[in-house]
Design a protein. Sequence first.
Length: 88
Amino acid sequence: IVSVPDCRAHHPSINAAVKCLTTICNKVGVVPYDEKTGAGYLRYVALTVERGSGKIQLTLVWNSAPYHEGENTSDDHDDDVGKIMLEK
């Protein structure tokens, strides 16, 4: 994650969510995606805020092996995504 701590252009809820996501990713060992090598898992993060409530919508774009019809699509990092979604 490219850090932009306390960006004044962002809603405070987005800044708080990015800090939380960064902490959790570091805690569970999520490897960021590297465009040059193709290694890693977390490619992109998109956050939007509902201004009335301050609630955040978080979208994670996760790298995986190419899908081939009939193959099992789960991998060893599915549990990492679940951990991120359950952490606060």
